[in-house]
Design a protein around this ligand. Sequence first.
Ligand SMILES: [Mg+2]
Length: 412
Amino acid sequence: MGVDYAELHDPNAEYTMRELSAETMGVRAKRGGGRDVEITDVQTTMVDGNFPWTLVRVYTDAGIVGTGEAYWGAGVPELIERMTPMIVGENPLDIDRLYEHLIQKMSGEGSVEGVTVTAISGIEVALHDLAGKILDLPAYQLLGGKYRDEMRVYCDCHTEEEADPEACADEAERVVEDLGYDALKFDLDVPSGLEKDRANRHLRPGEIRHKAEIVEQVTERVKDRADVAFDCHWTFSGVSAKRLADAIEEYDVWWLEDPVPPENLEVQEEVTKSTTTPITVGENRYRVTEERRLIENQAVDIVAPDLPKVGGMRETRKIADVANQYYVPVAMHNVSSPVATMAAAQVGAAIPNALAVEYHSYELGWWDDLVEETVIEDGSIEIPERPGLGLTLDMDAVEEHMVDGEELFDPA
Ligand SMILES: [Mg+2]
């Protein structure tokens, strides 16, 4: 922290295997028709939402600015600052090459997985918004065109009495009837009071019965009015996960999410193949390289990439393409502001196998104040025909909710 990388020798310069700048690749970045544009700066501003949202803006010499968002993570703004000189002077329309360029140049910082990929994701989303604005096309058009006009949104639900099955059912009823969602998710890694030792990942029989009771009461309450998923946050052993998935088979959940830790693919595969309860995994995997292994091994029934973390919009499209080869639907994990939420909806519009996009901020109250447009209405996002992501940041709202010590973006 506090080191100005611009004043240091570039530690990657002599070791980069492949240099994908336009100059060294012999790629002509110049072109006509108003598309001869250069990136002049990249800036970030962190907003204190129910997660720290890192908003990213890419500036150009055409006066057009693209807005993106990176998933949270310590050091993400610093990594973006580190990458800025790597793309200044480049044409923002070369999204794929600039993405690969950053992956290559940042290999030393760790661009296979982790916060470096997260930081690159934020720039990549901003490039899609920017390219759409330069070309006067909505982002979905850059990704292959449209399968659907609206993207279904599921609501991540919470109640203060998260371990009380009836309280969960009451909240499900409220979200369906009052907020208009027909797709919900609840946490299932909640305490039953019967735990002896949570470190060993083993579920006691009473704990499984308690979880099944939550699932039963919620699904029975909303019945055919809503699909309901349940999230375990990588908590249980393989055998406990299998017994839990087996115990809730009769309730026809939408999916059971992350029942076992993410590192061991063989355990994940065994759990998924042991049950007819659909298993969803993917929010803490990075890039198509990692998501591909889940899909190809049929270790996942529904894949759940987090777009502003996994690599961005094209990377999510690539993951969806692999998933589609295995007839696997995509339910996009999302805890972001309206910016990355809309990016996920734009990808969802352009892929055949989009199932839903998550909304994780219904308790916040001011989530959609960050942009001038309406984003979620009646449990879905209407895909805008406006250029890029189709959103305009409300700078007063961004300033009001900025993390202390952050600076607001420069004007375009
Ligand atoms: Mg989850």
